[in-house]
Design a protein around this ligand. Sequence first.
Ligand code: UD1
Ligand code: UDP
Length: 382
Amino acid sequence: MIKILTVIGARPQIIKAAALSRAVKNNYSDDIREVIVHTGQHYDENMSKVFFDELGIPNPDYNLNAGSCSHGRQTALMIEGIEEILLKEKPNCIVLYGDTNSTLAGAVAASKIQSPVIHIEAGLRSFNKSMPEEINRILCDHVSTLLFSPTKSGYDNLLKEGFKENNQPPYSFNNPKIYHCGDVMYDNSLYFGEAAEKNTTILKDNNLLKNDFILATIHRNNNTDEPLRLNALFKSLNKIALENKIKIILPLHPRTAKLLPVNLSTELYNSIKENDYIKIIAPVSFLEMTALEKNAALVMTDSGGVQKEAFYFQKPCIILRSETEWVELVKCGAAKITDADETKIIEAYNYFAAAKNLLFPDLFGDGRAAEFICGEILKYIS
Ligand code: UD1
Ligand code: UDP
């Protein structure tokens, strides 16, 4: 029996961790014991607790309650707490997801005391270091022992950064092993896809009809914090909704909710509020989000996870950023990058509204990435 210490903190990590916890419970309960640390980076009930309840994730063994503060302070609080827990629990490895400050904190705390780091969602790059996430993911990858990339391009990025394909065990942060293994988020979308429509009423509650609405999310820091960008994004949504008489539902991240009245012009803010086609709601549960994604005509988002889920459910996606780590989605024509540029956003909407026979090839594995990852951890970590 080995002990793994899973660190989660932000919404998408809690969701991703559900896939591994499920694989441990169903297939590896005699071999792997999971201790869960919640950093407290996300703490509102609809950003955290709702996912534990809905996705059957065991309650965290520890909560560091780091909360919201500056990047340095938030990460430092987490590092201190994770180090203490690592020293007490003495796990065989630490398991980290994605690219948030919680990921970075886990990577620093564990690597400094030479506890092996397992990085799930390794290798992804935006090649834009002004994103806090790009710094977090690069630093985490470079102290990891087992690196699981969900995409071929992520795996290739690691090779370009000097990781070797042919390292032999025993693996360590000086001799890491890299994988292209599929996406744990795809595991979840397959697993929960059916329940999402059966067990939620989100479509009915919001009077939404299949393929007759747009699902939008906006939370990326440069979009929320830069008034010019936020105004351009909301101006585009307003225009698309009014001109096409199409509903847009927008489950709003708390970061955006706080900044909307501050950074939008009063005129636009009022116009959005008065626009009957735009429905802004609080963040929804994963099953509700999945039901929205499955039934939307189109998705507009700056979220990494939502881009991919749109693809899993064969929905075109407008990416409200200047680049994406999920380059495959754009390459196969199912997504378009528009940045926060009103003209490009409207052009992309018109393009997808008329597009037929878009391609959504199988790019993200077979829905069993989490089981594969558990098997590899057991093989190489002792
Ligand atoms: C973080 C991640 C980002 C990820 C996103 C997922 C980093 C650097 N960023 O961004 O990569 O895409 O999570 O959602 O780690 N807030 C609340 N309640 C909460 C959580 C946050 O009100 O439960 C508000 C606070 O005002 C806070 C702000 O949202 O200051 C930002 O939260 P934070 O966790 O710092 O970053 P995110 O923008 O959520
Ligand atoms: N999500 C959710 N409810 C919402 C918005 C998003 O459950 O109101 C889910 C979404 O389905 C995906 C994940 O949260 O699985 C994406 O998280 P987010 O957009 O916050 O972060 P990112 O993926 O950009 O890091």
